[in-house]
Design a protein around this ligand. Structure first.
Ligand SMILES: Cc1cc2nc3c(=O)[nH]c(=O)nc-3n(C[C@H](O)[C@H](O)[C@H](O)COP(=O)(O)OP(=O)(O)OC[C@H]3O[C@@H](n4cnc5c(N)ncnc54)[C@H](O)[C@@H]3O)c2cc1C
Length: 541
């Protein structure tokens, strides 16, 4: 390890790895410093249950927003598989269990399933019209994500070309999303299905005047212009592994188990003081416990602005919309549970996004109840079974025996519910989310879980408090803070890369940059472009 680098990157999430690779490839010396004992941050697969050889995507799991351009630029090999089912929503009609299945493979199946639910074709047609708006938005927006920010007014002018573009702008960027949902769609379940994409990871409701729900919705619908979420083969950890290899190959140095002690951001050269918590076996790593100092011309910050604030005299001033809202359960199953609905095989229902208690009115109620600082009576959640699309994350023996992984992502679970007594609330929330799923199953999910040698069930739950503790994400916000608009909302932002900070040559390269959030590599790319632009202007200090 040297004492001087061109670039030091704080944190080794996937965005930091993207930035490191771009910068090291042009010959800059790059050092990454990571507090955890692994690389990848929220983009990691881990063997969570030591008795079983199954590598679960511990935090993030699906990919939509990772641009083809970054994949090409960095020569990455990422295999992303399409899920045969987009979504499945079980419901009870006239006392009988039924399900709404939207297929990725066959539109007629989706149409018929909506007709079964609503009694006519109208809702299907309206749904297509509604999603047409986000398609138009994606067309206008997607390619700009890897360019400097365009002022809002100019952006709006780009939509002023035809009726559908103008309607897309109004419905998605100006009025609360709830207005368009209610204008286009009549069925409560279909409305709820659409709304979930506006609530993933954040605490909001259809008519939220902050338009947080619109921003969250756009992030879920614009990826690579299709908004389709795909399963990374080998789990989400395969994305981080591929990026780690690219960064190392380009010459970046990576240190884990780093205990960051102090930053000096004011001088021409930035200084970083740290200790190694425990020597993780890196041959060239400094000895643990001894304080190290490195200097850098550029400092890139991969973790959130909340973590950065701890090392500076500028306090972090979060907005109410920055609050995280998520409950994740990672499970290993011995077998897929049987469904009460008989029309669709469990494998079709579980291979897409399985929605439970996510009706529109139901989610208005769960939001209201969580706002009153209590766990909602009915906890909305969605469940994914990735091994139905890619079983390579299971050892052959487990595949043969019919094992599967299952992920539950819970909504309306804001940080404050867990802040006071995380352990008790985590247990209570876990019980509620499992009960939500069990109402659709012939056998309780618990009976299908694998059992460890110790006798415990193979299930791990993560509240926003746990997520903040493990990764530093502010109040468990999976995007570091509230998702931002894809355009500049102030004069100062216009023309910038959205990565700038109060300090010269210190840039955000992670999700807390403007247009950060999700597994996208976008802020990593944009921070690298910012640095490369500056180097072109002043090649050396
Ligand atoms: C439960 C969950 C589910 C999600 N699901 C999806 C999904 O399916 N698809 C999707 O696109 N997105 C998803 N996301 C969001 C996505 O994972 C993140 O937005 C993204 O991975 C963040 O990447 P990053 O590189 O910007 O930051 P991070 O991954 O947060 O990386 C920051 C790094 O900084 C390190 N760090 C923190 N503090 C310090 C310190 N003091 N010193 C040194 N290092 C430090 C952290 O350990 C971490 O490695 C999910 C997130 C969560 C939590």
């Amino acid at each position: 390890m040297n004492s001087r680098y061109d670039v030091v990157i704080l944190g080794a999430g996937h965005n930091g790895l993207v930035a490191a690779t771009y910068l090291a490839r042009v010959g800059l010396s790059v050092l990454m410093l990571e507090k955890n004992d692994y690389i990848g941050g929220a983009t990691t697969s881990q063997k969570l249950f030591p008795d079983y050889d199954a590598r679960l995507s511990r935090y993030s799991y699906l990919v939509s927003l990772f641009p083809e351009k970054i994949i090409r630029d960095l020569g990455l090999t990422l295999e992303l598989h399409r899920r045969a089912t987009a979504s499945f929503t079980p419901y009870v009609k006239d006392g009988r269990h039924a399900g709404l299945l939207l297929s990725n493979a066959d539109e007629e199946t989706s149409r018929q399933s909506i007709v079964d639910l609503t009694g006519s074709d109208a809702e299907h047609e309206q749904m297509k019209r509604f999603y047409g708006l986000s398609r138009v938005f994606a067309e206008h927006v997607w390619d700009t994500m890897l360019e400097p920010l365009v002022p809002k007014e100019e952006f709006k002018r780009r939509f002023d070309v035809d009726d559908i573009s103008r309607e897309a702008w109004r419905s998605l960027a100006e009025e609360p999303l709830g207005s368009a949902i209610e204008r286009y769609l009549q069925n409560d379940l279909v409305r709820g299905l659409v709304l979930t994409d506006a609530k993933i990871g954040v605490f909001t409701h259809p008519h939220d005047p902050s338009l947080l729900q619109n921003r969250c919705f756009l992030y879920h619908l614009i990826g690579n212009k299709t908004g389709e979420w795909k399963v990374p083969v080998g789990g989400i950890g395969a994305v981080a592994r591929e990026l780690e290899q690219a960064a190392r190959k380009a010459g970046a140095e990576l240190l884990t188990n780093v205990d960051l002690r102090a930053l000096d951001l004011n001088g021409t050269r930035k200084t970083v003081e740290f200790e190694i918590k425990e020597n993780a076996g890196w041959k060239l790593a400094p000895p643990s416990g001894k304080r190290q100092t490195v200097e850098a011309r550029f400092l890139l910050v991969n973790f959130g602005r909340n973590v950065l604030a701890k090392f500076t005299d500028k306090p972090y001033q979060p907005d109410a919309t920055d609050e995280g809202s998520v409950f994740k359960i990672n499970m290993l199953l011995r077998r897929l549970p049987k469904l009460k609905v008989k029309k669709y095989p469990a494998a079709d229902a579980f291979c897409g996004t399985f929605h439970s208690d996510e009706g529109y009115d139901q989610m208005n109620l769960s939001y209201e109840q969580a706002s009153q600082r209590r766990l909602p009576d009915k906890t909305p959640c969605e469940v994914y079974c990735h091994t139905l699309t890619d079983d390579s994350i299971l050892a052959p023996e487990l595949r043969r025996q019919g094992f599967h992984t299952m992920t539950l992502f819970g909504l309306d679970a804001p940080y404050w519910l867990f802040a006071k007594d995380n352990k008790t609330m985590r247990k209570r929330a876990e019980k509620k989310f499992l009960a939500s799923m069990n109402q659709w199953l012939e056998e309780p999910l618990e009976d299908c879980l694998a059992v460890a040698r110790s006798g415990s069930l193979c299930m791990e739950s993560k509240s926003p408090v746990d997520i903040e503790e493990s990764l530093g994400m502010y109040h468990g916000n999976i995007f570091h803070d509230a998702p931002t608009w894809p355009f500049a909302t102030t004069k100062e932002q216009a023309g910038t890369w959205g990565v700038e900070t109060d300090w010269k040559n210190v840039f955000l390269c992670g999700s807390s940059a403007l247009r950060g959030g999700a597994v996208s590599g976008i802020p990593g790319h944009n921070a690298a472009r910012k640095v490369l632009g500056l180097i072109e202007k002043t090649p050396s200090t």
